[in-house]
Unconditional design. Sequence first.
Length: 587
Amino acid sequence: MAQYIFALTRSPGDSAPLRQRMQEICAELTPDLIRDQCQTVVADWPGVPAACYAIQNCDGVAIPDAGQMVIGWAVGAPEAATSQVGVESDGYYAVVKAAQDAVSFFTDQFGSRSLWYYTDERLLIVSTSQRAVVGLKGRYCRNDEALAWFLSSGSQGPFISWDREVHQVRPGQEYVFDVASWTLAERAKPGMELPDSGTMRMDEYLQEFERQVSGTLSSMVSESGPSETLLPLSGGLDSRLLLGLCRSVGIEDKVTLVNWGVPAAKGVFDDKVAARRVARAYGKPLMDLALPAKPESHDEVLERFARESEGRIDHFNAYTDGFAMWAGFFHGGFRSVVRGDLPYTEGLDLDEVQSRSHIGVEPFSDYVNQGAFPLEDYVRLQQPYDISRQQGESYLRWRDRLYVEWRMPLVISAFSDLMSGYAESRTPMVNWSLFRQYMALPDSAKGSKTHIKALWKRHDRTGVPSHATGSLRSLSDFFKGEAGTRYLDDGLGRCRERGRFSSELVSAVKQGLEQEAAATGGPAASGLLAQARSWVSDHVPDMLKAHLKARRVKRLSATTLAYRMVLADKVIGMYEASASLGEEPDR
């Protein structure tokens, strides 16, 4: 539930203005809904006179100890009983280590907690926040490649930043900064290689998976105070397995169950209905919260989302109350959220177009109707990235590898960063040693979360079906109706006035909006489509679903492009404001 900043200056005498700047930046990063209760710590790094750090919203999180700042949850170094976190440690974390002669920083092997860095002739900055880095260096160098990817995919692209001078830490690398030479080097982490399939049995894996996840879950929950931990519950396997393991290890009374989403039509079996039935079967109360079916203010929702997300993703449909629910969690004393997200995905991809859609980084060239909009300049900005199948790699193994190498660090990590402003995200199933063992299973034993299903059947005795329709609306649904269309139309006009986008692009998107508004099928049609997709997910084999999906062509809707343009306009304005906040430290 914090943002972290580390800075090293070449001159120890510069640390005082640097600390003052950090204080201002932390104030800027603090969400306005919880500003009254947030605390910030800014201090010199112990034993390194030229270094300092800041933790925004520092209540209940660890400060640097033994020369390291651990962000998130790390199990520890596997090779020794020590509090030091090594590059091979399991967990859900990012780490900064600093001594007088060197600084090193890295994330876990999934990149599930993000770090960004910048260095010049006098300053090294490492932070969980792109905004913090831009603010601390005192200038914003807009990266139009990130803008292109955001418009085409709703993410900022393959390991690039909104600022050309800021870089994302890659999960397979350790970054080492030599203080004497003032140079940064990268070195590959050991233990990143994946074992061959078929070298581990499923019964062995199930036993090890249950043992490790149960132990980590127990440690995570027990570390928090009474009633401080939320467990989001849905109709899916992951959260329900966590709840079953909580009961198995005797910590069920230390977690509070919560579900949110937009209530479905009567008779629809969605995540909210499933969560109520599961909670009733366990005899536990459920915080049954509802996101608004219609927004009170489109602009307030997108404005807050732009600030909290920093432009990582466009998935604002879980925050359509303007983060009021998350502020309520914080004010209610909840300081951690134990989530069922994990590096195991479902479905199959038969080609790279499907794979790019699955990992969430789609170029404009994947859309058959890109020519309907004047996007040529953005198409040229998008550099290709390699996701090709390796020789002899099965479709299933390809899917799992790409999900971990691309979707986890680029998209899944963004959800943790979003909620970290309010509560610390903890995910006990994210464990690299377990993932490597999973990859060693025979492909026939993996399937789509086969091991999760097996353990779920062992621990869940509720009788509630394991698949339900999602209770979040699609992103486009947020703008259906006259008010939503008018908001996008006005927002596009403001984008044109500020010179963010060409008049030709704005006009084409406005025209597309009018056409889509006239052709919309309404909420009832959307609900029926969601139920149909849920039925297909339950009853059609993965390979057949993949072939059916491969026959569909991808189209970019004007509504999607419009809200991404409006969001991008807010994101760019936010970075410009961060760079201009206060005075830049003397160079």
